[in-house]
Design a protein. Structure first.
Length: 200
């Protein structure tokens, strides 16, 4: 059995599944949460499958995935960037947008109060996983929760911005590691170039 320490806890790897234990859980993870999550994930192949709650609010069992890396790490490591093929980029966008649409629709179907949605609260490149077979999964399922007035939903917009700037940097053969600061610098640089052209 392999055990990996993560920023939020530990993951123990078994033959066909993993057990994730959170050190300091913030969000409520109980049977009600599992029912909501499984209802969305059962019709969405981009979401990692959660099998059961092992210990309420801290530990749960998930399917085991053959992970190459997360997308944020791939952007930052030149030796991994060859994985970002057209098909993988397409799968990333489909995974994120399908999950957003499915979650919004599910929230509507179960009649959550106006302004509340069951959504992934940390939709970031670090939580988008590339698998060995070229498929993509959205990880960190414990980040799903009912958001009141769409709190934290801005992570979706931020992720899209970071992904686009990361791809632009990749396609322009930049070699610097990508992060949000680089994205802002890149945007400023592009705007300055446009203004210089207009001044000519």
């Amino acid at each position: 059995m392999k055990t990996i320490k993560t920023p939020t806890g530990t993951i123990k790897y078994y033959k066909n599944y993993v057990i994730k234990k959170l050190d300091n859980p913030i969000l409520k993870l109980d049977q009600e949460w599992l029912t909501h999550y499984q209802a969305v994930a059962d019709n969405n192949n981009y979401l990692v499958k959660v099998n059961r709650i092992v210990k309420e609010n801290s530990t749960f069992e998930m399917e085991r995935l053959d992970i190459v890396s997360d997308i944020a790490h791939i952007f930052n490591v030149s030796q991994l960037r060859h994985h970002l093929t057209r098909n993988v980029v397409s799968e990333i966008y489909k995974a994120v947008n399908t999950t957003w649409i499915d979650s919004i629709q599910y929230s509507n179907d179960i009649g959550l109060k106006h302004g509340s949605y069951f959504l992934h609260g940390d939709m970031a490149l670090k939580n988008i996983l590339l698998l060995a077979d070229g498929s993509v999964k959205i990880g960190d399922p414990e980040s799903f929760h009912i958001m009141d007035r769409l709190h934290y939903a801005e992570s979706y917009a931020a992720m899209h911005t970071q992904l686009m700037f990361g791809l632009q940097r990749l396609y322009r053969d930049k070699i610097l590691p990508f992060n949000a600061t680089h994205a802002i610098d890149f945007a400023v640089s592009a705007l300055e170039e446009e203004l210089e052209i207009e001044d000519r």
